[in-house]
Write a protein that binds this ligand. Structure first.
Ligand SMILES: *Cc1c(COP(=O)(O)O)cnc(C)c1O
Length: 351
């Protein structure tokens, strides 16, 4: 390790209060967090300190102008207590892509990687080993600099917190294809993991929930004729035996899970197509029985199968398949992530 990290440990670990057999998603936090400040034009030395409130002035620009970005990753521990990450470089690169778009200074690779490794080693007991569980990792950066002037801040904070988490939501997920609202627009920040993108999704999602759905399928902002993402996940649609997903763009986030699934599918004999997917073709396929599956893909849930969708006045159920692509692909990817199989891609990173 090259980066020097000052470590201040908790006086007493909180781990004994946690029920590892009944973990929620993302609401129980490990003992420590990594922090690093950007002040006077440069990133200072990273620190590891107890997970605790962060103090800011009311004039901090994060509160007023929303310079705030994040990442989502997971750490896994295998039977032999090896700790591993999945394609962490991709998260570091994407955090900096988001940073650039929001005029937040980019975080150097060594602070991100060495800091994360040190944090995971210190809190390694927090990495669950139960099937489907993992340590969810939330790196984020935000403006701490002050002023009511609408301009980028002069100071920022990079933080990494972790949360031991059980398997993500199950149950029957019903989605609503959106006709009015959009999560992203050309030239906007949809490709970035900017906090504001998610704030903007909550209201349309709440309306969908009131109508009896669980989640929104986002369509393009211009015509609402093409499906783009499933909530905060990338979307896959299986028509007959072909797996389709929308191309990434200004509006569609370049998910690590999405591109890993595309690769794994291709290498396991599943035909894939990356192209625009029209609402009309999905509705048609649902009507004539060619629509076999829809699922969301993202780090938190890995793959989240969709049981049915609503569009305008109609509701459509998806068939219940024997061995759906969703289950096949979820197993293939999680076996790589958790060291249950060979990793021909070099995606797994041991710590
Ligand atoms: C994070 C995210 C995804 C999934 O990205 P992963 O790298 O697979 O976790 C997809 N869409 C949106 C809008 C996201 O925020």
């Amino acid at each position: 390790m090259t980066t020097s990290i000052e470590i201040k440990r908790v006086e007493k670990s909180n781990i004994s209060s946690v029920d590892f057999d009944n973990l929620p998603f993302g609401s129980v936090y490990s003992d420590h967090m990594l922090t690093c400040d950007f002040v006077n034009g440069k990133w200072q030395s990273p620190k590891i300190e107890p997970f605790a409130p962060i103090s800011l002035m009311p004039s901090a620009k994060i509160f007023h102008y929303g310079q705030s970005i994040f990442e989502g990753m997971k750490a896994y521990k295998d039977k032999d207590e090896n700790i591993m990450l999945f394609r962490p470089e991709e998260n570091w690169k994407r955090l900096n892509k988001s940073a650039k778009r929001l005029v937040i200074p980019e975080i150097p690779e060594d602070i991100f990687m060495d800091g994360l490794k040190a944090l995971l080693e210190l809190d390694s007991d927090w990495i669950p080993t139960n099937e489907g569980s993992s340590l969810y990792i939330r790196p984020f950066m935000f403006a701490t600099g002050n002023g009511f002037h609408a301009s980028p801040a002069d100071a920022y904070k990079f933080v990494v917190c972790t949360a031991p988490s059980g398997a993500y939501f199950g149950g029957k997920v019903k989605v609503l294809i959106e006709e009015n609202y959009a999560r992203a627009a050309n030239g906007g920040v949809g490709f970035a993991k900017a906090g504001g993108n998610y704030a903007a999704q909550f209201y349309p999602t709440q309306l969908a929930i009131e109508k009896g759905y669980n989640q929104v399928i986002w369509t393009d902002d211009n015509t609402h004729e093409y499906i783009e993402e499933a909530g905060a996940m990338n979307i896959f649609v299986r028509i007959n035996d072909t797996l389709l997903t929308s191309p990434t763009s200004d509006r569609i986030l370049d998910g690590v899970t999405r591109k890993s699934i595309l690769q794994i599918a291709e290498d396991n004999g599943i035909k894939t197509e990356v192209r625009k997917i029209s609402v009309t073709e999905v509705v048609e396929a649902a009507k004539n029985g060619n629509l076999k599956e829809m699922f969301g893909a993202g780090t938190a849930a890995v793959i989240s199968p969709i049981a049915g969708f609503g569009y305008k006045e109609d509701d459509f159920d998806l068939p219940v398949l024997e061995n759906p692509y969703a289950s096949q692909l979820k197993k293939l990817i999680t076996d790589i992530q958790t060291n249950k199989t060979e990793d021909p891609y070099g995606w797994r990173v041991m710590i």
